[in-house]
Design a binder for this molecule. Structure first.
Ligand code: HEM
Length: 134
């Protein structure tokens, strides 16, 4: 399975992957919980699923997705999310991805996700440095 197929599978199962993400993330990074005070985690789960869709390597979507991820970074900076919390976010996400795919998960897919997520976070951090206005 490659990254594209992985994202297709995730999107085809609505929010099954992301529903289990936030409780895990708060367990791993307890200080992240305070940032989500008053935020509906079910809505958040839908948003995260859409963001994973944006990470998908789709040539026609690449320009638009890069802009989206920069805007997303600027929004995270605005609501005061420190960069230090991203490592725990990514570790939790990779753990959820591995469980979601079960027997289809392998080293190659893990590497593809790690690299795609690293690129995505780099774009988000660009949005921290240079507030993005569309
Ligand atoms: C690759 C990393 C991340 C991705 C892809 C991501 C994705 C998203 C998305 C799609 C939204 C919804 C934005 C919207 O409402 O338009 C969001 C909101 C939010 N994220 Fe993240 N996120 C990431 C990292 C983090 C981290 C590390 C934290 C740490 C606490 C965090 C905290 C939040 C909070 C508090 C909101 C709600 C902001 C608000 O609506 O006021 N995110 N995130």
């Amino acid at each position: 399975m490659n990254l594209l197929e992985s994202v297709d599978r995730i999107l085809s199962e609505r929010t099954r992957l992301t529903d289990r993400f936030y409780p895990r993330f708060f367990e791993r990074v307890p200080e992240a919980r305070a940032h989500f005070a008053g935020i509906d985690l079910q809505v958040q789960s839908v948003m995260l699923t859409m963001a994973l869709g944006a990470i998908r390597e789709h040539p026609e979507m690449k320009g638009a997705c890069s802009s989206y991820l920069r805007v997303l970074g600027t929004r995270h900076k605005r609501v005061g999310v420190p960069r230090e919390l991203y490592a725990g976010f990514l570790e939790t996400l990779l753990e959820c991805l591995r469980e979601f795919h079960g027997a289809d998960w392998d080293e190659s897919l893990a590497t593809q996700w790690q690299s795609a997520l690293a690129d995505a976070v780099q774009l988000m951090f660009d949005g921290y440095e240079d507030p993005y206005h569309v």
